[in-house]
Design a protein. Structure first.
Length: 236
């Protein structure tokens, strides 16, 4: 399992930006945009867990068998590309970027993401990417466990109403009542499950909170970029 960057310029040392947040807060889109603006690499840690889940399901592994899941996860041939403009997710020779967003994966991924053995394996890989520098990393426990020394650490949050509407629009192409209802269980249950092993609802000391409930995507990206500029200036 591993990850790699895109263009050579994205491999140069640079700041680390760590972004945590609940489901539907916009972490992935914001992180990709920020990385592209700054010429940094981008790591979607959630895609790693989803890809491992896909691989396990393809091999008919019982996800409730925690020891076997943890052992097999370390062998999963997952490769996550780090180019924010062209992010890729592959398992072996299979492009799974679309497959890992399917509802069956969304429904199963918490069983893998809350497996402490799996987390140990993937967090170690994520920490390796953070140590290389020049990357925006988003997911769970990024500001506290994966990259606690990042130049910028952000908890990106939003109201439950806003998060449900965004995810419904993303998944169902609509934010009407039926679409929001169909999305609610996935969002609320996933956050409840993940909160048993990761903290992403409250900011740790030194972590900036960005509430995007009433911000557009462009506005949210600009707030994070402003934090990077401010922190970079303070460090100079």
């Amino acid at each position: 399992m591993g990850s790699s960057g895109g263009a050579g310029s994205r491999r140069s040392p640079g700041p680390v930006v760590a972004i945590d947040g609940p489901s539907g807060s916009g972490k992935s889109t914001v992180a990709r945009r920020v990385a592209a603006e700054l010429g940094l690499r981008y790591l979607d840690t959630g895609a790693m867990y989803r890809a491992v889940t896909w691989w396990l399901l393809e091999h008919d592994v019982d996800l409730s068998d925690t020891e076997r899941v943890a052992a097999l996860a370390a062998q999963a041939p997952v490769h996550v590309g780090l180019d924010p403009e062209h992010p890729t997710v592959r398992v072996g020779d299979v492009d799974v970027a679309a497959a890992i967003r399917e509802s069956r994966i969304s429904a199963a991924v918490s069983a893998v993401a809350t497996n402490l053995g799996v987390r140990d394996t993937l967090v170690a890989q994520q920490q390796g990417t953070a140590r290389e520098g020049g990357v925006v990393i988003e997911g769970r426990d990024i500001t506290t466990v994966v990259a606690p020394d990042a130049l910028v650490r952000v908890l990106l949050t939003a109201s439950e109403e806003a998060r449900l509407a965004r995810r419904a629009l993303d998944v169902h192409g609509s934010a009407d009542d039926d679409a929001v209802h169909a999305t609610r269980d996935q969002i609320v249950r996933r956050d409840a499950d993940d909160s048993t092993v990761a903290k992403f609802h409250q900011a740790a000391d030194g972590v900036d909170v960005v509430d995007s409930s009433h911000l557009s995507l462009d506005e949210t990206v600009e707030v994070v970029l402003a934090l990077v500029r401010r922190r970079s200036g303070a460090q100079a």
